[in-house]
Design a protein. Structure first.
Length: 383
């Protein structure tokens, strides 16, 4: 789909595809993170669905993926339509700021510093593509006005798993093309349950889904002022990406080897969104579409249909799961054998060829701790 005449003609989308999804172990592994899986059983993996959604908005050739060197082959296999020039491969993880700033610097060299870039995680689930597209359209209009713009998700429950955005005054009078735009007062960390409930009751807070849209020059100028060493290192690498085609691969490899590992490892919220919100430089567009960050097996379960009237959720081949007097379980049969549940309630059972996880659903968030424990024990081969 062409993005011209739709309000998106200067828009380029970035998909940071990092992380390992440790709370989804043993399904998700370091060498095959969660964005490479079809966690909804819909025939498209998380990164494929993200690409489809963004390509429909930005247009062909205007979507970029930033990922680890070890995931490039899998990304290319899953997204054959993505140009090799639009994949930025990181030798080592350097968190979201470096990934987004590098992609932005490369895009700015190709299309000019006044183009608009947007960053959207590879592993989120969004339902309601029309509403999503409208939120992004208003975010692009707000970004053109000079704001770093985020999309705030309606908080449907007092979740302690997400950060929150405290919204301020309307910017509709200043930005006619974005009637829903509001100033951001501040970003707040993941709260405890009492604080989350208090946020919800005010009606002034939304979930921070980590979606950011901004003009390239606004982001690059901020990094130049706030993080000069990062700016200089990324500028050198971005220059290498624009080398003549014949020598580009070698130039990028040399620049990455020289500069990438030394770049500060810091999340985009801390490096950009929070400091700019203090000076009134961040705006928010409400996102009133279905959104989920599949952070653990409980959130996977919430998105899957029940296999029976006792609310058992199965990701994979339902014929491999047999149950009797069991309810509320989440089962992932990936080990090639039958899983039989007798009198088992509210448990997570994830069976893979080389590792089996059994845990109460209530402790889904703590699977990350088990991964850390296995790491300490030296069980590298199953992580």
């Amino acid at each position: 789909m062409s993005s011209s005449n739709t309000g998106f003609d200067d828009f380029h989308a970035i998909i940071p595809a990092g992380g390992t999804g440790t709370r989804l172990w043993p399904l998700s592994r370091r060498d095959r993170p969660k964005f490479l899986y079809d966690l909804l059983g819909q025939g498209r993996t998380l990164i494929q669905s993200t690409y489809d959604r963004l390509e429909a908005i930005a247009g062909e050739g205007n979507v970029y993926v930033s990922t680890g060197v070890g995931h490039v082959a899998a990304v290319r296999e899953q997204l054959p339509e993505l140009s090799a020039d639009n994949i930025l491969a990181e030798p080592v993880p350097r968190d979201s700021t470096a990934a987004i700033v590098l992609a932005t610097a490369v895009i700015a060299r190709r299309y000019g510093e006044h183009c608009v870039v947007g960053s959207f995680a590879a592993d989120h689930v969004i339902r309601g593509n029309r509403a999503f597209s409208e939120s992004v359209r208003q975010a692009v209009a707000t970004a053109r006005a000079g704001y770093v713009t985020t999309i705030g998700i309606a908080a449907s429950r007092p979740s302690t798993a997400f950060g929150y955005i405290h919204q301020g005054r309307s910017l509709a009078a200043d930005i006619p093309d974005a009637p829903a735009a509001r100033l951001v007062e501040r970003f707040v960390e993941k709260p405890d349950a009492v604080t989350a409930q208090a946020y919800l009751s005010t009606g002034e807070y939304r979930w921070n889904a980590g979606m950011f849209v901004m003009r390239a020059d606004v982001l690059l100028d901020h990094i130049r002022r706030a993080k000069p060493p990062m700016y200089e290192a990324i500028s050198r690498i971005a220059d290498a990406y624009e080398s003549p085609l014949r020598s580009r691969g070698e130039a990028v490899e040399r620049a990455m080897a020289r500069d990438w590992a030394g770049i500060e490892k810091i999340a985009f919220d801390y490096a950009v969104a929070e400091p700019l919100s203090v000076t009134g430089g961040v705006a928010m567009i409400p996102g009133d579409f279905g959104w989920d960050d599949i952070g653990d097996f409980n959130s996977v379960a919430a998105l899957l249909p029940s296999a029976n009237e006792r609310n058992i959720k199965i990701l994979g081949d339902a014929q491999s799961v047999v149950y009797l007097d069991s309810a509320g379980d989440v089962v992932v049969p990936e080990g090639g054998r039958t899983i039989a549940l007798l009198g088992v309630n509210d448990m997570v059972v994830v069976d893979t060829p080389d590792a089996l996880l059994i845990a109460p659903r209530a402790r889904s968030q703590e699977v990350k701790s088990m991964v850390a424990h296995l790491d300490r024990l030296g069980a590298e081969d199953i992580l």
